[in-house]
Design a binder for this molecule. Structure first.
Ligand code: 13P
Ligand code: SF4
Length: 352
């Protein structure tokens, strides 16, 4: 679609017609054809912070996925409307924890006598309902760029952490950054009675990890790392912390999308890199650094299919609708959910 000069022209014209009334945010995993029109690009933390940066803009067009648009709605004033160009742009990880399942889990922790010493820490990649649960129970939100600080804070507030919904980010941060062992972590499976855990296992654990994962990062394996090291001797393997623990343990460097971008900016010309994150970003980085060899960690292609749903036709449709006075695909969070979710998001934004 990006090669269709008509669509590019139409996007430009609609954006120009809207001027300061629209603010377009683009996550790093978005297609190039969409990123081209973003006023600000970033990882989920940067976009959550930047969402409120233009209070004069009536519309925030969020080129990302549903939970990000919800967070933008929570963090911006009532006068601003958040538009998601395709409502089908969800996140399979966020869908792995529903409000009912998490309420049931809290009952299980209560029955085991540990709810009052457990602090929920929820990854940004979760629904507004889960963020509200987190806020109600005195917890914080985190992203992949501040998970360590969030866990440090949480362990100052209580003895245990319930980490939702990405078991990999939770485990990787606990073991790499907090000095906990794999044995300190248990996995709560919402599809099993009592999460598949005994009260004793829950009482012994320091980290209770929700059984969720990212379908994109979860595809990288130890074989992917070994294979690329064989193909490219001397390669530096840099992966996102949503990858499995064995992948992260075998990698040379680990960090959020924003960290990956900065690491490659600082890399020596002539250096070689294998990157374990979403493919739109890896391809864009390879293009931006022709003096470095940057390859995708796996041989198979691995886009995030829901991020990819936002394409130029959807963006053009959203912008032209706004020009015509219709506000399409508005994402709104109800006031009660918003109040508690905002408390959890504000705790994250206040982390040192
Ligand atoms: P970050 O933007 O925090 O790096 O997270 C990656 C991701 O999976 C977003 O959906
Ligand atoms: Fe969700 Fe993973 Fe896609 Fe991010 S990359 S939106 S966590 S499925």
């Amino acid at each position: 679609p990006a090669s269709d000069p008509n669509l590019v022209e139409r996007a430009r014209a609609a954006k120009a017609a809207l001027g300061e009334r629209v603010f377009i945010l683009g996550h790093h995993y978005q297609r190039d054809e969409v990123i081209e029109f973003a006023d600000v690009t970033g990882d989920s933390f940067k976009l959550a912070r930047d969402a409120a940066a233009r209070p004069e803009a009536e519309y925030i067009v969020f080129c990302g996925v549903h939970f990000m648009a919800e967070s933008a709605d929570i963090l911006t004033g009532d006068a601003q409307q958040v538009v998601l160009p395709d409502l089908a742009a969800g996140c399979s990880m966020a869908d792995m924890a529903t409000a009912e399942q998490v309420a049931e889990c809290w009952d299980v922790l209560t029955d085991a006598g540990i709810a009052d010493v457990t602090v929920p820490v929820s990854y940004m990649n979760s629904s507004a309902d889960i963020k509200a649960f987190t806020g109600r129970h005195g917890g914080t939100i985190c992203t992949s760029s501040n998970a360590k600080r969030a866990l440090e804070w949480a362990f100052e507030q209580g003895e245990k952490v319930l980490f939702l919904p990405d078991q990999h980010l939770g485990r990787n941060t606990a073991v790499r950054d907090m000095g906990l062992s794999l044995e300190d972590c248990v996995v709560y499976n919402p599809h099993k009675p009592n999460g598949g855990l005994t009260a004793e296992q829950l009482r012994d654990a320091k980290m209770i990890l929700w059984r969720g994962h990212c379908s994109v990062h979860g595809r990288f394996t130890l074989d992917s790392v070994n294979d690329v090291r064989e193909r490219i001797p001397g390669v530096t393997v840099l992966v996102h912390p949503e990858c499995r623990h064995e992948v992260v343990a075998a990698a040379d460097m680990v960090g959020s999308t924003e960290y990956i971008i900065k690491a490659l900016d600082a890399a020596e010309p002539g250096s070689t890199w294998a990157i374990g994150t979403e493919l739109n970003l890896v391809r864009r980085l390879a293009k931006a650094h022709p003096d470095k060899e940057i390859v995708f960690l796996d041989r198979a292609v691995c886009f995030c299919s829901t991020m990819n749903r936002i394409d130029l036709p959807h963006l053009v449709w959203a912008l032209e609708s706004l020009v015509e006075g219709r506000v399409p695909n508005v994402i709104t969070v109800d006031p009660e959910t918003e109040k508690h979710a905002k408390a959890a998001l504000d705790r994250m934004l206040a982390l040192p």
